[in-house]
Every structure is written in C-alpha cells, then in structure tokens.
Write a protein that binds this ligand. Structure first.
Ligand code: SME
Length: 157
C-alpha cells in the first residue's frame, strides 16, 4: 500500500472525486474496522483540514468516541442528544450551519461553528456516525452529504 495521499486543490467536488477512490484503496483488504475508521479520519483531515473529523460508535444506548483527528472530544453521547445523537435517532444526515443555533448542540470545541453528521447504517441499523466540524459557519452542504454518505455506505462493521 502506498501511504501517501494525493492531496489536491480545486472545487469541493473535485477534492472528493480524487480522495474517495484513494480512501477505498486504503481500506481495501483490511477487515479491522477501527484501523479503517482511523485511516478515513486521517485522510479526510489531510484533504480538507476540518477542525475535527471522526467517528462515534454505537455501544448499547450511547455513542462512544472512536477514531478521530482534531482536538480532544467528549467520549459519550446519548441517543437524541446533540447533533450526533439526533442524527443517530433520525438515522439521517444532519447539516448544521450554525451550531450555536442548534438546540442541545454539544460543544466539544468552542472553535466549532458548523457541523455535518452522517449515520453509518447497516441492515437498517445505525452502527456508528461520522462527524465533521468546521471553524467556518455554513461550511457543509449537499456536496459533503452526497460524498460522505457514499464513503460510509461501503463500510463493513
Ligand atoms: N458537536 C457534537 C458533539 C461531538 S463533537 O463535535 C466532536 C454534537 O453536538 O453532537
């Protein structure tokens, strides 16, 4: 496996189009989910340099912090709590343009201004969520939703 990612500039779409095949190649052949989530978080951080990007894994009735890149984060989130817990409860992607306007937002870092949370659904059950935080307001849009959903669709747990 070549460890160096080809990091490009360009539109958001161009960046995802170049990055996603590289991530798929990176995790191909590795069946340990933690190893794969760790590399996905690192690859997304390297390409987009978001403030925080990582995973929370469903453990019984809570989300528990998984592999991530960025500042330290809260370790456990209840179903329905914060942006992550809400995306889990709804089993649907949530984009928050301004976290201060999201009731119940859990502020892991005061620098976070906007956020996207994408549930990872296997056999109709949310098994984990991908969370990304930006220092800019309204940073995430439908392009992020489309590509991040595509990215997590193929993950095996
Ligand atoms: N902001 C999230 C908590 C997780 S951190 O952003 C890493 C939330 O409201 O669920």
């Amino acid at each position: 496996m070549a460890e160096d990612l080809n990091i490009i500039t360009g539109t958001k779409q161009e960046q995802y189009e170049t990055l996603l095949p590289q991530i798929i190649a990176l995790i191909d052949g590795e069946k340990d989910v933690i190893a794969n989530l760790a590399n996905i978080a690192a690859a997304l951080k390297e390409q987009f340099n978001w403030l925080w990007v990582g995973f929370y894994i469903v453990r019984e009735d809570e989300l528990v912090l998984g592999p991530f890149q960025g500042p330290v984060a809260c370790t456990r989130i209840k179903k329905g709590r914060g942006v992550c817990g809400k995306a889990w409860a709804n089993a649907a992607t949530l984009i928050v343009d301004d976290v201060e306007k999201f009731p119940g937002h859990i502020a892991c870092s005061s620098l976070s201004k906007s956020e996207i949370v994408v549930p990872i659904i296997i056999n109709n059950t949310v098994v984990a969520i991908l969370d990304a935080d930006s220092e800019q307001l309204s940073h995430y849009d439908n392009t992020d939703k489309v590509y991040l959903e595509k990215l997590v669709q193929g993950l095996a747990f």
